[in-house]
Design a protein around this ligand. Structure first.
Ligand code: GDP
Ligand code: IMO
Ligand code: MG
Length: 427
């Protein structure tokens, strides 16, 4: 079976931490979509690691980590991550597998990303500029290069054809500052590292493993509200971030999907442009950003902050078929006198619990419920029963509103700061 962990908001829900925590219960951790736009933070033994392409099971010794066909890979970023693993003495060599069908991000994809954003001006997506959009465009446009192509005798020819096409396209956009020559040199040099990894026919590999009784944990990147089909389009990423993406991104059948573990912060954040109905522009928002240290793990940009958004979560729970929920960063609200949750929206002169198609153009006024804060540290709580009553009430209120069991509550960035609320399948 394949269990799935994914984000239910606009990314950065704490997926990396939860995958790392649960990984020991699995044989394989697999990324199924996205690329180095992701930044998954793991903190343990006083050290912090940020993973972009490598699955978050890599620090758990006995399991395999697969970069699935649905992922887009920039060999340069991957090499940097591998250097960090080497420095930390992590044996990755036979534990990090790459699907031959994963697409490659070329330097000119990153150039096109920057140029396309520059052309959009004020309407820009706020992309991480890692080349994600242009690479998925070439994939669906049937022009892309894949990991398995690197060994082809005419790889350089294929590369040059695509690169030259990109340069022609770039002429349609404003000029951007981009040192293509140096980027290309680094890119080709880093191909050697990619070649040194074990490449597999990911779909055969994973299905054979499942048949042999191995347990797989699929690790989502981004969040469901950034899904290419169901997110706040066009302010989204270019892949299917929801659970259906696991099937395409790894080559497994829907019937093999078991638990779908959805992660949400106890509040909400977004980095980049696009609608955010519960965004706060007041002291409470600034406090969430300050205490939660809300800066992008990939770009360092400040994250926008707001209250938790129940209609948006109900939407993403529906899309993903979430079977259990994890609440993260509840500790960030420890010193709040009161906390709020948006329970419905007002737009078009009425009250709604659904997101409108034209969410980007409408004024959406959230209706909030207010709950008393717990004004206490959760640091010394090792069990859910030790939570202050008011913190428990907030968690249980979320559970009632969302109609899915909350199985874990994260109380700090460290691997150890995790409270198991209910018995969980596999944990
Ligand atoms: P991901 O992209 O979903 O893996 O999340 P990120 O790593 O981008 O962002 C989550 C941030 O919150 C990281 O800095 C984590 O170290 C931190 N974090 C995760 N869980 C908690 C928590 O329960 N409390 C606090 N205070 N920080 C947390
Ligand atoms: P993790 O996996 C938060 C956002 C960008 C931008 C939009 C499109 O760490 O949760 P892209 O680079 O894909 O063209 O950007 O999506 N975005 C993320 N926001 N966390 C992420 O990943 C993100 N990956 C992309 O900020 O708004
Ligand atoms: Mg992140």
């Amino acid at each position: 079976m394949v269990d799935v962990i994914l984000g239910l908001q606009w990314g950065d829900e704490g997926k990396g931490k939860i995958v790392d925590y649960l990984a020991n219960n699995y044989d394989i951790v697999a990324r199924f979509q996205g690329g180095p736009n992701a930044g998954h933070t793991l903190i343990f033994d006083g050290k912090k690691y940020v993973l972009h392409t490598v699955p978050s099971g890599i620090f758990r010794e006995n399991l395999l980590n697969l970069i699935g066909n649905g992922v887009v890979i920039d060999p340069t970023t991957l090499e940097k991550e591998i250097d960090v693993l080497k420095a930390a003495n992590v044996s990755y060599q036979n534990r990090l597998l790459v699907s031959k069908k994963a697409h490659l991000i070329l330097p000119t994809h990153s150039l096109l990303d920057a140029a396309s954003e520059a052309a959009k001006g004020k309407e820009k997506i706020g992309s991480t500029l890692k080349g994600i959009g242009p690479t998925y465009m070439d994939k669906t446009g049937r022009n892309g290069l894949r990991v398995g192509d690197i060994l082809s005798p005419n790889f350089r020819e294929k590369y040059d054809t695509l690169r030259n096409k990109h340069l022609k396209l770039a002429k349609l956009y404003p000029e951007v500052d981009f040192d293509l020559k140096s980027r290309e040199e680094k890119w080709f040099a880093s191909l050697e590292t990619l070649k040194s990894l074990v490449t597999v026919d990911g779909e055969y590999y994973i299905n054979k493993a499942i048949k042999a009784g191995k347990k797989v944990l699929a690790e989502g990147a981004q969040g469901s509200m950034l899904d290419i089909d169901f997110g706040t389009y066009p302010f989204v990423t270019s892949s299917n971030t929801i659970s259906s993406g696991v099937c395409n991104g790894l080559g497994i059948a829907p019937s093999l999907i078991g638990e779908v573990i959805g992660i949400t912060k106890a509040y909400c954040t977004r980095v980049g442009g696009g609608p955010f109905p519960t965004e706060l522009f007041d002291e409470a928002g600034a406090e969430l950003a300050r205490v939660g240290q809300e800066f992008g793990a990939t770009t360092g940009r400040p994250r926008r902050c707001g209250w938790i958004d129940i209609p948006a979560l109900k939407y993403t729970i529906m899309l993903n078929g979430v079977t259990q929920l994890v609440i993260t960063k509840i500790d960030v609200m420890n010193d709040f006198d009161e906390v709020k949750a948006a329970v419905s929206y007002r737009y078009d002169g009425g009250e709604h619990d659904t997101l409108p198609f034209d969410i980007n153009d409408k004024e959406i006024i959230p209706k909030y419920k207010t709950y008393p804060g717990w004004n206490a540290s959760l640091e010394n709580c090792s069990e859910y029963d030790q939570f202050p009553d008011k913190a428990r009430s907030y968690v249980e209120e979320l559970e009632t509103l969302l109609e899915v069991p909350i199985t874990m509550v994260s109380t700090g960035p460290d691997r150890k700061s995790l409270i198991i609320k209910n018995a969980i399948v596999n944990a």
